[in-house]
Design a binder for this molecule. Structure first.
Ligand code: NAD
Ligand code: ZN
Length: 255
């Protein structure tokens, strides 16, 4: 492992453009359950007998906002109860040391920003749980915590419309701005791509790794288990993000 960490550190040191892709595994070390473990939420059906993908879908938010919000509230409470960990901090510090380092995350917990990742170089492809905005008038609302103590769904202080987070619900499209940013950066290419704590089940997560491979870039996976991506990467760092990322950072000079 130590040898592999040194190899990755050397590649990062020499690289200008770096992409760190993160998934639920990074926040697992904060105590947030990963996708499949979400309090049993994603393991089958809700109390209403619906698949969770139906409860947390765009159509359900329109049809039965209170039901959809019941599960959005569960996610929100889990994220508010935990905090970013040393893995998120190591990524933010890596971005300080390497100004060409970008983060592409599937997480909706907002922990990268909270840990200090600069907004300009952070792509939250599945949106964020906070702030909320009004579906009717577009007003932004910063009172997620307060709303969770009131009857759901939360409503707009200005027009009483139903509020929602920017999170990409099932059956919804990815945010144009985030997608545009991602593909602009992919066109410029990356010298090193690290996939951390993700099963990489989406094409836009696999694509940057494949593109780096094709263009002579260096690819790394940080994950205690193997995934579909494992056989495609140059180096696998088999361990928890919380342990591996700070160890990796310790070998990258501050300049
Ligand atoms: P996933 O649950 O499919 O996969 C998690 C991966 O993390 C697995 O490969 C697992 O082996 C690995 N892992 C577990 N513990 C780890 C650790 N300590 N360090 C490193 N890796 C670890 O998650 P995904 O690939 O991100 O996709 C799931 C979807 O669920 C995404 O759409 C995401 O938006 C959503 N989600 C987000 C959060 C969050 O915001 N924190 C949490 C759960 C799910
Ligand atoms: Zn409104």
């Amino acid at each position: 492992m130590e040898q592999a960490i040194l190899q990755v550190a050397r590649a990062i040191e020499q690289a200008e453009r770096i992409l760190v892709i993160t998934g639920a595994g990074v926040s697992a070390d904060s105590g947030l359950p990963t996708y499949r473990g979400l309090g049993g939420l994603y393991n089958g059906h809700t109390a209403e007998g619906l698949p969770i993908e139906a409860a947390l879908s765009g159509p359900m938010l329109q049809r039965d906002p209170a039901l959809c919000w019941k599960y959005l509230a569960e996610l929100s409470k889990a994220c508010l109860a935990a905090r970013p960990n040393a893995g998120h901090s190591a990524i933010a510090e890596l971005q300080r040391r390497k100004p060409g380092c970008w983060v592409l995350t599937q997480n909706i917990d907002g922990y990268h920003r909270a840990a200090g990742s600069p907004a300009q170089r952070l792509i939250e492809i599945h949106g964020e749980l906070a702030p909320l905005f009004c579906q009717s008038c577009g007003a932004e609302d910063d009172e997620l915590i307060e709303h969770l103590q009131r009857p759901l769904p939360p409503r707009c202080a200005r027009c009483a419309g139903v509020l929602r987070p920017s999170v990409v619900l099932f059956e919804e499209r990815l945010p144009e701005a985030a997608l545009g940013k991602l593909y602009d950066e992919l066109r410029k290419g990356f010298d090193v791509v690290l996939a951390v704590g993700t099963t990489a089940s989406f094409p836009y997560i696999v694509e940057p790794v494949m593109q780096a491979r094709k263009t002579g870039g260096f690819t790394v996976e940080v994950n205690p288990s193997s995934t579909d991506l494992s056989r495609w990467v140059d180096v696998r760092l088999e361990g928890k993000a919380l342990d591996v990322l700070p160890a990796l950072l310790s070998h990258i000079p501050e300049h």
